[in-house]
Ligand binder design. Sequence first.
Ligand SMILES: [Zn+2]
Length: 412
Amino acid sequence: MTRAGAAPVRNVILFVGDGMGLGQIEAARCYAGETLFFESFPFRSLIDTAAAGGWITDSAASGTALATGYKVNNGVVSLAIPGDEQELETVLEYFQGWGKASGLVTTSYLTDATPAVFGAHAAYRFDSEMIAWQYLNRTRPEVLMGGEAAGLSLAVAESAGYHVVTDRLSLVAAQTGTVARLCGLFGAGYLPYEYDGLGERPSLAEMTACALSVLSRDPDGFFLMVEGGLIDIACHGNDLARCVAETLAFDRAVETCAAWAHGRDDTLILVVADHETGGLSVVRDAGPGLLPEVSWSTTGHTAAPIALFGWGANAEWVEGASDNTHVAGLMRRRVPLPGEAVSITRTSVDRLQAVWAALSGTVYRIEQSAALRPAAWQTREIVTAVTSRVTLEHVVGTEPSCGFFRMVPMAP
Ligand SMILES: [Zn+2]
């Protein structure tokens, strides 16, 4: 299928730390004694996570916002609820429309909400059999890795044409071959915490490396979602040691991916959470190798804003994002191109504010015209963009009358 419009970035990798708020990142940083790897990404932003109706979100609603750009009710998997209940196109489906390969990797069971919102549509997040059926028969991502779940067993995956592996050694062996569709099922339900020892199971970093090795064979590029699913589970139990260890394991998976992407200019890596869990905040840093003193405020989710980190192609758009619904656009590149108007609004009776998307460091000419047909564009001013936005304030009445504005890049 061919899509209209500007082509998306070749490879997009989205890391989702389930329940990983700012407190979780800080606690892991205290324990590590240094900033986490993904904290070194050049672009970051804080985003809100509320579900439709303004509720504290669950992973289905927040995941749907990340995957589709739409707010839905808690428990809903990529359907317009509230709304007309139609399927909301996920970024995975969008990228498949561009011919790209796709993959879902998690330390949770594979039909859990976070992977589900990318590869399925369901009114109820715990409809595991229906979600599994959609993975294997509809969206068919080239890579599926996580825990077994109702509807997603070794036998079912094999009969759907997947090469199935069930432990670390067979996973590592599979990546060197020419496997077209790889399904890793590493026991029933959640994988164990890395803190408690993985036994024969692969780490999240190892799963990420294998997924990249399979997906990067597609000449059209790929979309990969990697979830650190157990940060949330540890935080529901206010279990700091496992929360920290899972956050660090998640960080190692990001580092593995960044090492793979090193030197490429066609790949976007985003690191985000779906929500914060536990109301965790650090009270005192106890030094490297020691768990910090912390406080928890709940065993549930909170409405705390979460961080979004970006590296690579189009990552500069991260700094403008303020809501979880913006992340899908970042990945799809449904963000304004440099020079496109973001908004031109009258902010008061006599004031007009125009905002354009820009490439930082580029010189632009802002023009104005009293009419569009026939247009008589006149240079208003020359500006150098210092961020990804250029803003013009126009006071109506005290300046020459002009109804229309535009911004054009100047030849270097
Ligand atoms: Zn949770």
